[in-house]
Design a protein around this ligand. Structure first.
Ligand code: ATP
Length: 233
């Protein structure tokens, strides 16, 4: 589905991504793990068209995402849940969800919304509440629900567990598994390596803007280097 080759991304003189290769197959959950500053968010922002690649290709089916605008990339079926949620304060939960559906034909929007409410019953309960007053976990669910409103084929999540209480973290990972079972391919960026690798088919360890290691979720969980660096020994 997605094949990234030789990807390089710079911020001026800073080489944040230095030649990364990875791929995501249909229906997989693939995780990119790594420390702060490894380059994970930069990779996701480049896939979503918000940053330009300095080199490399990002093949999505037969399209090259490096040549497409952010809007075209959403239209091609790729949705991003950004780090820090980025929900719209001053708008209700419902209004935030509708923002995600701007490319979905009006007559299909209520079915899509019903599906999101099935997945996240709390969003239905809170549909008229100002999104800024939702708890952190609820805001994460809203950000995920908003991305799902676009009916993506590929969902990219940037650190969905960040800053959440353990009970919410487990819930978020369970929901990611459910979404995937319903046919959405997932690219999951996480610092919470343990839980990410437990739900992932495959993972890539990113360090200093390069891929350091790759394997199945269970191979990486069992890898002594991964255990030492990312799983607290
Ligand atoms: P985190 O988990 O902390 O978000 P990350 O793995 O997602 O880390 P990136 O945010 O992609 O890492 O950052 C990769 C490198 O690029 C870091 O060295 C960071 O300081 C640098 N960087 C990120 N954004 C910018 C920017 N807008 N301008 C300059 N440098 C940046």
């Amino acid at each position: 589905m997605l094949d990234v080759q030789g990807l390089k991304v710079n911020y001026g003189a800073i080489h944040a991504v230095r030649g990364v290769d990875f791929n995501v197959q249909d229906d997989e959950i693939v995780t990119l793990i790594g420390a702060n500053g490894a380059g994970k968010s930069t990779i996701v922002h480049t896939l979503s068209g918000m940053l330009k690649a300095a080199a490399g290709t990002i093949k999505y089916g037969d399209q090259d995402l490096t040549k497409m605008s952010a809007a075209k990339i959403v239209g091609a079926g790729i949705a991003q849940v950004p780090e820090g949620r980025r929900i719209f304060a001053g708008l209700s939960t419902m209004e935030n969800l509708k923002m995600g559906a701007y490319l979905v034909p009006r007559n299909e929007q209520s079915d899509v919304l019903a599906n999101v409410f099935d997945q996240f019953p709390v969003l239905k309960e809170r549909k008229n509440q100002d999104a800024a007053t939702l708890s952190g976990g609820e805001q994460q669910m809203l950000a995920m629900g908003r991305a799902l409103m676009a009916q993506p084929k590929l969902l990219m999540l940037d650190e969905p567990s960040m800053g959440l209480a353990p009970i919410y973290i487990s819930k978020i990972f369970d929901i990611i598994k459910t979404i995937n079972k319903q046919g959405v391919t997932v690219l999951l960026i996480e610092q919470n390596a343990l839980q990410a690798l437990q739900i992932a088919n495959r993972g890539y360890v990113i360090a200093n803007g390069t891929v350091q290691l790759t394997g199945t979720g269970s191979e990486l969980l069992a890898n002594p280097e991964v255990q030492k660096a990312y799983l607290g020994g």
